[in-house]
Design a protein. Structure first.
Length: 114
């Protein structure tokens, strides 16, 4: 969601912050957001062809609320390539892996304590 990845934390613009507020609301989190900070870890630079990984920290105005730390995948390419990537559904396939397959695999592995 940021225009250029950085290893240094970047405070999100108001428009990007609002996108995260909407995402949180859609997940049932209605606390007021103080700040959204993003950065791309140096160890992940150049690791992805079609997407980039970014860490996002959402801090709330209420200091008793713990910040939400998010791992975000975003398109890292130009508009034409992004269209192709969307057509082959890379992001959907990756989401299915992390949200469906991986939790099921973990549950399966619990049957075999080692």
């Amino acid at each position: 969601m940021s225009s250029s990845p950085s290893s240094q934390p970047q405070i999100a613009s108001d428009s990007v912050k609002e996108k995260y507020v909407e995402i949180l609301k859609a997940s049932g989190i209605f606390d007021q957001v103080e700040r959204v900070t993003m950065f791309e870890p140096a160890e992940l630079h150049g690791e992805h062809l079609a997407t980039a990984s970014e860490y996002v920290c959402v801090e709330f105005k209420d200091p008793s609320k713990s910040p939400k730390n998010l791992f975000v995948k975003k398109f890292s390419t130009g508009e034409v390539f992004e269209k192709i990537v969307r057509e082959i559904r890379i992001m959907e396939k990756e989401a299915t892996f992390f949200l469906d397959f991986l939790p099921q695999a973990r549950e399966f592995c619990k049957r075999f304590p080692g």
